[in-house]
Design a protein around this ligand. Structure first.
Ligand SMILES: Cc1cc2nc3c(=O)[nH]c(=O)nc-3n(C[C@H](O)[C@H](O)[C@H](O)COP(=O)(O)OP(=O)(O)OC[C@H]3O[C@@H](n4cnc5c(N)ncnc54)[C@H](O)[C@@H]3O)c2cc1C
Length: 544
């Protein structure tokens, strides 16, 4: 294809939220990249809604947290998980999530979990990506094949708008093309995990002020229970009028045209209410992780690398974490200060997180599927009342850990990692529900307010940050010299506040551009150059 070849340092395939997030992260770092998306890039059917605190911290770093708040669920809409037989039937259980949504400060993060469906999130990320001169977005361009050629990758792309084909030569390619990636199978990378497959219908409904038609109040997640179990749920998308009504069952997946979506909706509401069915899609869920996240110059991220049942709302959040891990590493290598092995650290850091999250999603969903029901669960009988009481207790006990996942969101640690300097302290067993702040190398550096609106997390992002904590922290002049010698960007910040110094556990804490702790101690290292080389991926021995 002479004359029709584009060149770019980074080709991102797929303009879903993960591809867009990576484009934004690279754009903010001034790195050139080209994103191709096969469709128009305007989602017309809802998918992910729940952004956890960590994802909101990324939005904060990218400067769009306010836009996400404004586009998402209103502050006063509760993130309650409700279980009932129907809106006009019996309530069975209710799990409140007081630290989700709204604006009240929480201890562990400057950002609370926020609900913002991809219908609203993707346009925010698209607008941000477009704002960078170094980022190019090309819609209606579908990657057809990819090959590796020495120091670059060649992608063959079909420009669907003009029905022509062209090539893109890229130093690196990131596959963010979702669960139906054509790249992963072409590379021979398998997905492993649970053999579980779930079949669903997703029904997009508009029902303005639905809560005014029943007495159960506003709730973000509603699961309806009948004598067949928990097979229908209603997820609020905007806290106003839009919902995703989910129906589980292979029979519905196999014959979506024969499904009486109107009848199902009327059944769970319990009466006729003003509403409109906007679209119906079928989809299949699996809990699997790619066996490898990298093949030469090609990386997998987001749903292309891991797929999970959405019970715990983890797919998008895990994918955003992949984009952030890859963003600074690609930037460092392209800018020249990243070590020869830096990109090799992507898989050992992110694949274990994928495995952990898929495990949690699988467990959450198994618990829900195996929840025993009763033939009279929706009936006004003594046996029905007793069954509801018993199920209510079980649901609160078992499902609280599904809907409150602060430990998963904030507590993931890159331990071990070939680019983190462990200090011999063993990681505490990680809870998926609760988050315990720590500066154990590999963990997310903890949040603390430096002033009314400025978090310690706002210090991180550009290059490395070396924190001097407490009044007796040493001057890290040897570290500063070592970073300068290797041309690795470093910003030293002194924080005298004794409470923050105690939270950070050591007098010197080195934080990476993605906000994870790379090294910590009370004194400067004896050989600071070896620390710099280790954390920038230039210490080949660490990868053996
Ligand atoms: C019903 C449902 C509900 C969900 N709820 C949640 C939730 O509450 N919370 C959560 O965290 N996650 C949730 N998820 C998962 C979430 O939607 C995904 O994890 C997320 O969309 C993954 O983003 P992605 O960018 O990796 O992939 P995708 O969003 O799938 O984007 C991939 C993009 O690549 C494009 N593409 C594909 N092939 C090519 C090609 N060859 N060339 C060019 N472009 C290509 C596609 O058109 C698409 O735009 C849900 C998923 C579903 C189905």
């Amino acid at each position: 294809m002479p004359g029709s070849r584009l060149e770019t340092p980074v080709l991102i395939v797929g303009g879903g939220p993960v591809g867009l997030a990576l484009a934004c992260d690279l754009g903010l770092r001034g790195i050139s990249c080209l994103l191709i998306e096969q469709d128009e890039g305007l989602p017309d059917h809802p998918r992910a809604t729940a952004l956890n605190s960590r994802s909101m911290e990324f939005m904060r770093r990218w400067g769009v947290a306010e836009a996400v708040h404004a586009a998402g669920t209103p502050d006063d809409f509760p993130h309650t998980a409700l279980y009932c037989t129907s809106f006009t039937g019996y309530e069975i259980a209710r799990i409140e999530r007081p630290s989700h949504g709204g604006r009240e400060p929480i201890k562990q993060s400057p950002e609370r979990p926020q609900r913002c469906n991809q219908l609203f999130l993707d346009p925010i990320l698209t607008k941000l990506a477009r704002s960078f001169d170094s980022v190019q977005l090309r819609h209606r361009c579908r990657l057809e094949s990819v090959s590796e050629a020495g120091d670059h990758v060649i992608a063959t792309v079909h420009d669907r708008a003009n029905d022509r084909r062209f090539e893109i030569a890229a130093s690196y390619l990131v596959d963010c093309s979702g669960g139906r990636s054509v790249i992963r199978p072409a590379l021979g990378i398998e997905m492993s995990g649970s053999p579980y497959v779930g079949y669903f219908l997703s029904i997009f409904v508009r029902a303005p002020d639905l809560w005014t038609h029943h007495a159960m109040g506003k709730a973000a997640l509603v699961t309806f229970v009948d004598s067949n179990g928990l097979w229908r749920n209603l997820i609020s998308l905007d806290g106003r009028e839009l919902y995703r009504f989910g129906v589980t069952g292979k029979q519905y997946y196999d014959a979506p045209d024969q499904v009486d979506a109107e009848g199902f909706f009327r059944q769970v509401v319990g009466k006729d209410v003003p509403h409109q069915i906007l679209s119906v899609r079928r989809w299949m869920a699996r809990n699997v992780v790619a066996d490898r996240y990298r093949h030469g110059r090609i990386f997998l991220a987001g749903d292309a690398a891991h797929l999970n049942h959405p019970a715990a709302g983890l797919g998008l959040n895990t994918g955003l974490g992949d984009a952030v891990d890859l963003g600074w590493k690609l930037s460092a290598v392209i800018a020249g200060w990243g070590g020869a092995r830096l990109l090799d650290s992507y898989e050992p850091e992110r694949r274990p997180v994928g495995i952990r999250n898929i495990g949690h999603a699988g467990l959450s969903h198994d618990n829900e599927r195996q929840q025993a029901t009763h033939p009279e669960i929706a009936m006004n009988t003594a046996a029905g009342a007793e069954a509801r009481r018993k199920m209510g207790e079980d649901l609160v006990r078992i499902q609280t850990g599904r809907v409150i996942t602060d430990g998963l969101a904030l507590g993931y640690q890159y331990t071990p990692s070939p680019i983190v300097c462990g200090d011999g302290v063993a990681p505490r067993p990680a809870s998926t529900v609760e988050y315990q702040p720590t500066t154990l190398p590999g963990s997310r550096a903890p949040h603390a307010w430096l002033s009314a609106a400025r978090s310690a997390l706002d210090l991180f992002g550009n290059g490395f940050t070396l924190l001097r904590l407490g009044s007796g922290a040493p001057q890290p002049s040897m570290m500063e010299r070592a970073f300068s010698e290797r041309a690795v960007p470093l910003n030293t910040v002194s924080i005298a506040d004794p409470t923050i110094a105690a939270l950070y556990e050591r007098r010197l804490v080195l934080v990476r551009p993605d906000g994870h702790v790379a090294w910590r101690d009370d004194v400067e290292p004896a050989d600071p150059l070896s620390v710099v080389d280790h954390v920038r991926g230039a210490d080949a021995a660490a990868f053996n």
